[in-house]
Design a protein around this ligand. Structure first.
Ligand code: BTN
Length: 261
């Protein structure tokens, strides 16, 4: 990726003003975390061609071959840690809007942090927070987009969540630098909304892409595997599930899959 070209064309105030590029890295989140600890400014981005130790949610591995867009962004919001958990929705919404507006894809958001095309995951987000007492020190927002590779070849059939890529959906490769620039611009717009206290709007806009709402779903969570109807995602980002026996549950951590009709 030509990082200087990305920066020349970038219309942001803060995000991506400093970009650190590596051809091969363990995990962009890990380097970003280290840089943030040493005082890197808000908006610093770490991007890599490949990751040898890419990480997903819940300590899962994240397969990161060449051709994907793997990057992490350092944010330093002045808010309470509970509010900062909504940043995953900020990032998810920015990705969903960018993929839909730039490439005309019919994207969906899937709680809590996936972007999905045709029922298959195309992007995952890993937000990791560091706090000092009741204040947020930094949040690393890691974004992984399966872009210029054939998903069927890159991912084993046994993958827990079926995956796709931009190339598999569009039939052609895209310019990774352009995608990174567009994403940073949209992330900055959504982050401004969040910082100015409008995170309800973020959740509402995110819900406009959440096609699983109202459908029969399974949620794998700490209470086991729950089945029911996806009622809502509330303004704290919690998932509201109506179980088959009518009981309504509020879930904070889990994985959603839609039941076949
Ligand atoms: C998930 O869906 O489980 C989250 C996946 C997040 C992957 C990205 S790729 C860039 C950044 N670096 C990492 O090690 N993980 C995130």
């Amino acid at each position: 990726m030509n990082v200087s070209r990305v920066q020349e064309n970038l219309r942001t105030e803060k995000l991506g003003r400093k970009i650190i590029f590596s051809r091969r890295i363990g995990s962009t989140n890990d380097l970003a975390k280290k840089l943030a600890t040493y005082g890197a400014v808000e908006g610093t981005v770490v991007v890599a061609d490949t990751q040898d130790a890419g990480r997903g949610r819940l300590n899962r591995n994240w397969v990161s071959p060449k051709g994907g867009l793997w990057f992490s962004l350092i944010l330093r919001p002045k808010c309470h840690p509970t509010e900062a958990t909504r940043l995953v929705f900020v990032a998810c919404l920015a990705v969903a809007e960018t993929l839909s507006k730039r490439y005309g894809l019919k994207v969906e958001t899937r709680w809590p942090n996936d972007v999905v095309v045709n029922g298959r995951k195309i992007c995952g987000i890993l937000a990791e927070m560091n706090t000092i007492g009741e204040a947020v020190n930094h949040v690393i927002v890691g974004v992984g987009i399966n872009a210029n590779f054939d998903a069927a070849k890159a991912f084993p059939e046994s993958l827990r969540t079926p995956a796709t890529s931009l190339k598999s959906e569009l039939g052609n490769s895209i310019r990774l630098g352009e995608l990174l620039g567009l994403l940073l611009e949209r992330l900055e717009i959504k982050y401004h909304l969040f910082v100015s206290g409008d995170s309800r709007r973020i959740i509402d806009e995110w819900k406009a892409y959440a096609a699983f709402l109202g459908r029969k779903i399974n949620v794998a969570c700490e209470n086991g595997n729950l089945r029911g109807v996806a009622l809502d995602v509330d303004y704290d980002g919690a998932f509201i599930l109506k179980l088959e026996d009518g009981i309504v549950k509020r879930i904070l951590v889990g994985d959603v899959t839609v039941q076949e009709d």
